[in-house]
Write a protein that binds this ligand. Structure first.
Ligand code: NI
Length: 204
């Protein structure tokens, strides 16, 4: 069924590219992040150990000195994740290349049971050439989700097929500074231009 998933991803990317901001609200929210402050010392972030294509280990230290723009989601997501990642990819391309180059876009899965490191790496690449996809063991994903206060839970599970379910999850992006500290979050309601505006102001 690998071809079917690839076809689905291609179709979703095509629809998103056509500007379809459809089904923006189903099964997603910004819940679980509590009272995120964009000005203070919100304790969001911290060390992580994850894996990308080929099972290569990636930690926060790999991005020291650069901004990280992090989105948590999953590759089977039918709506919000591909829309948000499409907007993120376009936002990066709206920035001056020097400024965009200081930002590492990261897609971290909340669904390690289905999303392998190779899956997320391939998926992220559909949205921006420099976007890195990260998965890990369930323990690694649980740890990074806790650090970033990301809410995620399986819903609508099919009792006949344990691999068929949706994930309810926080739909929010984080901008982390060159020192790894939280800079701000970007609401999923922002389109590419809105995201680019925030990034242009915050990335120096
Ligand atoms: Ni999603």
């Amino acid at each position: 069924m690998r071809w079917l998933k690839t076809l689905a991803i291609v179709l979703i990317v095509a629809l998103v590219a056509l500007g379809g901001r459809w089904l923006l609200l189903s099964g997603h929210g910004e819940g679980g992040v509590g009272t995120v402050s964009t000005t203070g010392t919100a304790a969001i972030g911290g060390p992580f150990t994850l894996q990308t294509a080929g099972g290569r280990t990636v930690t926060e230290a790999d991005f020291a000195g650069r901004y990280m723009l992090i989105y948590f989601g999953y590759t089977y997501c039918p709506d919000v994740c591909p829309t948000a990642l499409g907007e993120m990819g376009r936002a990066l391309d709206m920035l001056p290349p020097e400024q965009a180059g200081r930002i590492q876009p990261l897609f971290i899965t909340v669904d390690p049971d289905r999303d392998s490191p190779d899956d997320v790496a391939e998926y992220a690449g559909h949205f921006h050439a420099r976007m890195m996809g990260l998965s890990g063991t369930p323990e690694q994903i649980a740890a990074v989700s806790r650090a970033y206060r990301v809410y995620a839970a399986k819903v609508e599970e099919d009792p006949a097929d344990p691999m068929t379910y949706l994930m309810d999850h926080s739909a929010i992006s984080y901008l982390m500074g060159p020192d790894g500290a939280f800079v701000t979050h970007l609401s999923h309601s922002l389109d590419a231009a809105g995201m680019a505006k925030v990034l242009a102001e915050r990335v120096n």
